[in-house]
Design a protein. Structure first.
Length: 716
């Protein structure tokens, strides 16, 4: 294996350091004047390239960037940056939005691509004197939307979830898919078989999409689950993602469809894969934006050589190409989006977005130079046009965005997405269900199965680990064995849901210490443990049971305790109304989210209940003070109502003014019939005694309604 020499390594490291310092520095300057960071990185490349550093310090420029081995290494890093940017763009694609907007997306793509190819071909013939068979390549370059630049710009503007943004992404990806098919045809024009090459590329593209959406999706889901659940490798999921995106990119590269298409499609698959957490996505984006993407954009700018422009007339050529390319792409792209049903100004946003350059289009232009279909001068002209477009487009987008507030439907979707982001269960994928007679398995299994049904309706992953504790049944088998057997049947039923994976383990547990050890050992892989318990004896010390108390106190996972009387199991009857006491802290909001999923599964109504404490002074009794207290209380319950509203369930609100939250909850239970209570609590234990707060102790001590307690270990 050939390696870099000592000098080459030295200059490679210095070159990368210069790229990062200059690129990120100019990106910060661009951001401060209201321009996108990508523009600063492109201009940083121009400064480091032959136009400035190369002209002023030719020796240093040659040593840093023109040594073949160093140049090859930087090119590889640049390609990795482009691949990761396209994967991030795929991660942000919402297939549901794309399906809903397939008509405007495809029409915008078609009307932007075909006229751009024609305009580029005609411009090359009239202004550059290129014959049509070579001038068409400039048209191909103009037809491409720089999806990596679009994605980065929309991420910076926090607009990637807007409908118009998703249409731009869809149309941009269509342009990238089409351009690689057309490049295969154009390249074959000089080899004598354009039709065969085009047909082959089309068939390969169709086959790749089918493969990725079937076997590729299943393998990605399987690999993500196994890596996260069965290994202890630090950042193992990140390493897996990088390996899989490079494999996907390699496949499309081998099929002559280009690596970037494979990266984008894998990003779409990863966005819906298990264990693709927000934390994992943040790591990917940090790695990309902090290192690889600046190298990609800076190197793209470094390929600009203003000395190749020749006479001053080239400036008029640049201006003319900028005007022609912009007018055609923006005008026709907007027309396609308008014909597809988007609003007027929204269509204009799509047209401006499709006109963004500086990413894949630059790569295509470089490829044209390598194939001899674009001259170095033409490439430089186009690169300057790309930089001008990136400079002009953001303020135009900002101006148009002010004229395009979200429609009612779009605002409802954005609110649902925001509510989902704040909620608890959408981000919870792994649950541990220990089965032992002492842990009320029947009620526990009913709760887990109901949550699984609701999660499937929401299209969310919910993987269940059934941990059977053998040996614990031996004490009273005639009573307890049927309970465990019924629980296992119900969990098997939950495992039949499409988004659920049920796995089973068996552990020997002849005693409580053995059972505790087995549960805590398995809990390290899970976010939530669900078990059953009996309420504490009235007048006695508060306890959910010896084993239950120890699990709650010692695990770092959240605990969902299903508390029922000895003679009860869930559901004792149809669940029609669920009480959700909430105090505004996150643990109570999380419990409310659990209640929302149960309501979705059972068709029940939620009653969101809070108690606000009065101020025992004369000012409180003024009418204004009372109204303020009620207003504060309704702000609490309405935050939870916002979060569970995305589930399409019925939710009422009730606020009381009082001194004791526990007493208020007990009074509410006496006022109306409730079939279930779902409460949140924090484990505040400081010794061997479990302490979950006085409201929980009062409700379990005085109430008779089945109760679910979501216990976290985060301090309120």
């Amino acid at each position: 294996m050939q390696s870099l020499s000592e000098n080459q390594l030295l200059f490679a490291l210095l070159g990368i350091a210069a790229i990062l310092l200059v690129g990120r520095g100019t990106a910060e300057l661009a951001r401060r004047i209201g321009q996108p960071e990508v523009l600063g990185e492109l201009l940083g490349g121009v400064l480091l390239g032959p136009s400035v550093v190369g002209a002023l310090f030719p020796g240093a420029y040659k040593a840093l960037y023109l040594t073949p081995e160093v140049s090859t290494g930087l090119s590889l890093l640049s390609w990795i940056g482009a691949i990761l940017l396209l994967m991030i763009a795929g991660l942000e694609v919402d297939l549901g939005i794309l399906r809903a907007n397939v008509r405007p997306g495809m029409l915008a793509a078609a009307l932007a691509i075909v006229p751009s190819i024609a305009a580029g071909t005609i411009f090359a013939a009239l202004a550059l004197g290129r014959p049509p068979d070579r001038g068409v390549f400039l048209g191909l370059v103009l037809s491409v939307t720089a999806v990596s630049v679009v994605a980065k710009l929309l991420i910076e503007r926090d607009a990637l979830r807007r409908t118009y943004a998703q249409v731009i992404i869809a149309a941009g990806v269509a342009s990238e898919v089409l351009v690689w098919l057309l490049i295969a045809v154009v390249s074959a024009l000089h080899g004598g078989s354009p039709v065969a090459s085009g047909i082959r590329a089309t068939l390969f593209a169709i086959g790749f999409f089918v493969l990725m959406m079937t076997l590729g999706r299943r393998f990605t889901n399987w690999a993500m689950r196994r890596t996260a659940d069965l290994t202890q490798i630090v950042n193992g999921e990140l390493s897996l993602v990088l390996a899989l995106v490079f494999i996907s990119a390699s496949l499309t590269q081998a099929l002559e469809l280009h690596a970037l298409l494979g990266a984008f499609v894998f990003g779409v698959l990863l966005s819906q894969a298990p264990r693709a957490t927000a934390r994992l996505k943040e790591r990917i984006q940090t790695l990309t934006v902090g290192f690889f993407a600046p190298i990609f954009f800076v190197l793209a700018g470094m390929r600009v050589d203003i000395f190749k422009l020749g006479a001053l007339s080239s400036l008029w050529t640049i201006l003319l190409l900028f005007v022609v390319a912009t007018a055609v792409k923006v005008g026709m792209g907007a027309l396609g989006a308008r014909l597809g049903g988007l609003r007027g100004w929204e269509s204009a946003l799509v047209g401006v977005g499709l006109n963004l350059k500086g990413g894949t289009d630059v790569i295509v232009a470089i490829l044209g130079v390598q194939l001899g279909l674009l001259s170095v001068q033409t490439y430089t002209i186009y690169a300057v046009v790309a930089i001008l477009t990136v400079a002009v487009s953001p303020p135009v987008l900002a101006l148009l965005e002010r004229r395009v507030p979200p429609s009612r439907e779009e605002m409802a979707r954005l609110n649902r997405e925001e509510a989902r982001r704040r909620a608890y269960l959408p981000h919870l994928e792994r649950v541990l269900v220990p089965l032992a007679p002492d842990l009320q398995p029947q009620s526990t299994a009913w709760v887990v199965e109901a949550l699984a049904r609701a999660k499937e309706q929401e299209g969310e992953v919910f993987d269940i680990m059934q941990l059977q504790l053998d040996g614990a049944e031996a004490r009273t088998p005639t009573i307890q064995t049927p309970a465990v057997s019924e629980a296992k049947d119900r969990l098997d039923q939950a495992g039949e849901n499409a988004t659920v994976e049920l796995t089973k383990r068996t552990r020997d547990a002849e005693s409580h210490p053995a059972a505790l050890h087995a549960i805590l050992d398995a809990a390290d892989e899970h976010v939530l443990i669900v078990f059953g318990a009996h309420p504490p004896i009235v007048g006695g010390a508060f306890t959910l049971g010896d084993l239950q108390d120890r699990i709650t106190d010692r695990t770092t996972a959240d605990v969902l305790a299903v508390v029922t009387r000895e003679s009860d199991t869930l559901p004792p009857r149809p669940i029609r109304r669920i009480l959700v006491p909430v105090n505004g802290f996150e643990y109570s909001m999380a419990a409310g989210d659990v209640a929302g999923y149960l309501a979705k599964a059972t068709g029940a109504e939620l009653v969101l209940f809070t108690t606000v404490r009065s101020r025992l002074d004369s000012l409180f009794w003024r009418e204004r003070g009372h109204r303020e207290l009620l207003k504060n209380g309704y702000q609490v319950v309405r935050e939870l109502a916002f979060r569970v509203g995305r589930l399409g369930i019925r939710a009422g609100e009730h606020v009381e003014v009082g001194e004791d939250a526990g007493e208020a909850i007990v009074r509410e239970l006496a006022r109306r019939p409730y079939d279930l209570i779902v409460m949140g609590a924090v484990d505040r234990s400081t010794d061997d005694r479990l302490y979950l707060g006085s409201p929980v102790e009062m409700v379990l001590g005085k109430g008779s309604t089945p109760t679910l307690l979501l216990v976290t270990h985060e301090q309120a």
